[in-house]
Design a protein around this ligand. Structure first.
Ligand SMILES: Nc1nc2c(ncn2[C@@H]2O[C@H](COP(=O)(O)OP(=O)(O)OP(=O)(O)O)[C@@H](O)[C@H]2O)c(=O)[nH]1
Ligand SMILES: [Mg+2]
Length: 275
């Protein structure tokens, strides 16, 4: 099933509805980026006003990712990750972030920054973690292939059995949480010199399963995944899929009985700003 990308233009909506400066909690947006110079301008264009801190974590890009980021966000923290992989980049970004709320988005234009306010609202409404879902409540994707969709569903079903959860989407990189919870999930030491488990694309699964196992209130937020704008995916469906499978098998089982905390918000959030 393919879903049409919402056509609304964020800019019109931004000033009226999405100014995040009115709320009291501060927000860091962490963006892992590996050769994404061509995509960052669109990411910046759709960023809501009022974000307190941008942390861009560069993976030793060979294009001018860091220069473009500096031009777009003159006050951003632009750091270089300590090892390789998206997971290590995120762990470095979480350590550098200083605000109350941390939002993680991709730099390729597939996760729409205009949706950040929906994730923040879910946290302000009482969630500990707001996890994006492409497969429920009006979420969708124009970027996922049938094979990946089947793989993703299968992995989510396995993870749900293990975590006694009801995730509708496991391997999606759009997530937000209160920064005070980051220590409860014991991410790999960013200063270790050797590659660590969690350094790769399994990071989203590691985060989801550890947040659940910590007994935190995880809420799903419908989100629309767009096509990567320019460039190539860094993900290998087979090897990264196997890493995710290994993560599910290795992570500890949730100590709680059947969970009730993972649910769509009472009134499902729209997956994009209203027209
Ligand atoms: N710093 C850093 N960022 C990375 C690394 N690998 C991927 N990323 C970033 O993580 C985000 C997601 O990576 P993608 O390559 O788009 O992978 P994906 O979104 O899972 O796969 P597609 O849906 O095919 O695009 C993008 O912003 C990448 O630039 C890495 O090793 N280091
Ligand atoms: Mg992508």
């Amino acid at each position: 099933m393919s879903v049409e990308a919402p056509e609304n233009v964020y800019d019109e909506y931004a000033a009226a509805e999405a100014d995040t400066s009115a709320r009291t909690a501060t927000v860091s947006v962490v963006i892992p980026a590996l050769n994404e110079a061509a995509n960052l301008p669109e990411v910046a264009r759709r960023m809501p006003p009022g974000i307190d801190e941008i942390v861009l974590v560069d993976g030793n890009s060979v294009d001018n990712t860091t220069e473009v980021a500096r031009e777009l966000w003159p006050t951003a923290k632009i750091i270089t990750q300590t090892r390789r992989g998206k997971g290590n980049a995120l762990a470095c970004g979480f350590r550098a972030a200083t605000c109350d709320i941390v939002v993680m988005i991709d730099a390729d234009g597939s996760t729409d920054p205009a949706e950040i306010t929906l994730f923040i609202d879910a946290l302000l409404d009482g969630a500990d973690v707001a996890k994006g879902t492409r497969f429920a409540g009006g979420g969708g994707s124009s970027d996922i292939t049938l094979t990946r969709r089947i793989g993703s569903r299968t992995l989510a079903a396995l993870a749900n059995r293990k975590a006694r959860a009801s995730f509708t989407d496991l391997c999606y990189g759009y997530m937000a949480f209160w920064r005070r919870h980051v220590d409860t999930i014991a991410l790999p030491d960013v200063d270790a010199s050797n590659a660590q488990w969690g350094d790769g694309f399994e990071i989203e699964t590691v985060l989801a399963m550890r947040f659940m196992a910590s007994g935190l209130r995880v809420v799903e937020v419908p989100s629309f995944e767009r096509d990567r704008i320019h460039g190539e995916s860094n993900l290998n469906a087979v090897s990264d899929g196997l890493r995710i499978l290994r993560t599910i098998l290795a992570e500890r089982r949730s100590p709680r009985p059947l969970l009730s905390s993972l649910a769509l918000p009472d009134a499902p959030l729209p997956c994009a700003p209203p027209l």
